[in-house]
Design a protein around this ligand. Structure first.
Ligand SMILES: NC(=O)c1ccc[n+]([C@@H]2O[C@H](COP(=O)([O-])OP(=O)(O)OC[C@H]3O[C@@H](n4cnc5c(N)ncnc54)[C@H](OP(=O)(O)O)[C@@H]3O)[C@@H](O)[C@H]2O)c1
Ligand SMILES: *[C@@H]1O[C@H](CO)[C@@H](O)[C@H](O)[C@H]1NC(C)=O
Ligand SMILES: *[C@@H]1O[C@H](CO)[C@@H](O)[C@H](O)[C@H]1NC(C)=O
Ligand SMILES: *[C@@H]1O[C@H](CO)[C@@H](O)[C@H](O)[C@H]1NC(C)=O
Length: 363
């Protein structure tokens, strides 16, 4: 059933018992990756190839055009979409580790992954590892473009904060299902929760954060880059390379042996910097204008209702303290999102056709 790569096969898989090997180096023979053509998933794929060159990495790929690209970087592409539940369940059941960086919201796809992992245990095989990428919107407040100094700060070291995640928050249904599966014990779950991820990614297909991609599309449509209200709302941020570093630490932890703690203690925030909306969007507005995407170098404030109507919201705050990740000796080293902005916007600019009619309208 696997559509294998003809040009270059990944090197032979090492059949290692990870419990025996854990004191030497971390060995794993197979990974099933969701989201390999994406910004985050692509960077994780490159990292996995480096850290586990012997592992067989199977990547679900929906666009036929991307199949050879995924082969080129040494993974086995499996053509399919997130609706191919049986295929996903079967691949998950055969992998030592499943990594999902494809969707924080597609619950049916996640249930298929969990079904496969449950089947694996029921068939008497090693319990599988599942590393899932959620997102900081879980902890988004309902501010409409302002900063509340009294607002709640969430802390990944505090299990009560993680237990309080419910179905009603963004990404909640998926996080809740995965945490429950981890507590049920048929899979070892690890959840990573990144704030805004920035920096040019190393993946073979998408290289730019969906945050800038969406902002660029919206700005081209309206002719200006916008923020909500006074734009003092604050968010966390993490450079893609620092995120990959944390992923490496978490995957090593997961491979070092079965966890002895609760699933709520295996939830890791990925955030190391922060930014307020208006200062960031102001610089982006200037860069978009210089590149001919918009008609003004100044950002524009819009109301919450206007932003909502346009389906891109940058109105709330997420305030997160990544104590658990730091306790894993995670040491983010990359520059801030302001420092990398020129390069990031240059890169994302290449994803949109320069022949936009707006360019001609530019005064
Ligand atoms: N970027 C951020 O700043 C950020 C921050 C926090 C959380 N996150 C979360 O991280 C995850 C990945 O984000 P990203 O920025 O890497 O997104 P992305 O670049 O859009 O990547 C999404 C990946 O999932 C695949 N995919 C989506 N729908 C699919 C479907 N129906 N069938 C098969 N494949 C499908 C895409 O395939 P195609 O290439 O075919 O489209 C792509 O490989 C998201 O869930 C997001 O919520 C991102
Ligand atoms: C985060 O929570 C842990 C566990 O409750 C606590 O020890 C730590 O001090 C908290 N961190 C902050 C910055 O409040
Ligand atoms: C649980 O595992 C961690 C490392 O994974 C170890 O440091 C700790 O001592 C263990 N605790 C118990 C009670 O076994
Ligand atoms: C803050 O992050 C949340 C969740 O990641 C997002 O929905 C919101 O738009 C962000 N706000 C800003 C100012 O970027």
């Amino acid at each position: 059933m696997l559509s294998c790569c003809s040009r270059r096969k990944p090197s032979i898989s090492i059949q290692g018992d990870r419990k025996e090997m854990s004191n030497l180096s971390v060995v794993m023979s197979s990974v099933f990756l969701l989201g390999a053509t994406g910004y985050i998933g692509g960077s994780l794929l490159i990292q996995l190839r480096k850290s586990h060159p012997g592992a067989k990495i199977t990547a679900l790929v929906r666009s036929p055009a991307d199949l050879p690209v995924i082969c080129e970087v040494g993974a086995i592409p499996l053509e399919g979409t997130f609706s191919d539940y049986d295929k996903i369940a079967e691949c998950a059941s055969h992998a030592d580790m499943v990594v999902n960086a494809g969707s924080s919201d597609n619950k049916d796809m996640i249930l298929a992954v969990l079904r496969g992992l449950k089947g694996r245990k029921e068939a008497g095989r090693d319990i599988g590892i599942f590393i899932h990428v959620s997102g900081s919107s879980v902890f988004l407040d309902d501010a409409e473009g302002w900063f509340d100094p009294e607002g709640r700060v969430w802390n990944d070291s505090n299990e009560e904060d993680i237990k309080s995640i419910g179905d009603s928050v963004v990404h909640g249904p998926v996080d809740v299902a995965i945490l429950k599966a981890g507590e049920d014990g048929y899979v070892y779950t690890y959840i990573m929760c990144p704030a805004l991820v920035y920096g040019v990614g190393s993946g073979p297909v998408a290289k730019d954060t969906n945050f800038y991609r969406n902002l660029l599309k919206a700005s081209v449509q309206s002719g200006v880059a916008t923020y909500v209200g006074e734009g003092s709302n604050v968010n966390g941020s993490v450079h893609i390379s620092d995120f990959v570093l944390l992923f490496g630490l978490i995957s090593e932890l997961s491979l070092a042996g079965p966890p002895n703690n609760s699933a709520y203690a295996r939830y890791f925030f990925a955030t190391s910097g922060k930014f307020a909306a208006k200062p960031l969007v102001s610089q982006i507005a200037r860069l978009f204008y210089e590149k001919g995407f918009t008609i003004s170098p100044e950002p524009q404030s819009v109301t919450f209702e206007e932003a909502k109507g346009k389906n891109y919201m940058r109105a709330g705050n997420t305030r997160m303290q990544a104590d658990r990740s730091f306790a894993l000796s995670w040491k983010p080293v990359q520059p801030t999102c302001f420092d990398t902005l020129e390069t990031d916007i240059e890169s994302v600019s290449k994803t949109i056709s320069k022949a936009s009619p707006l360019q001609e309208c530019k005064p």
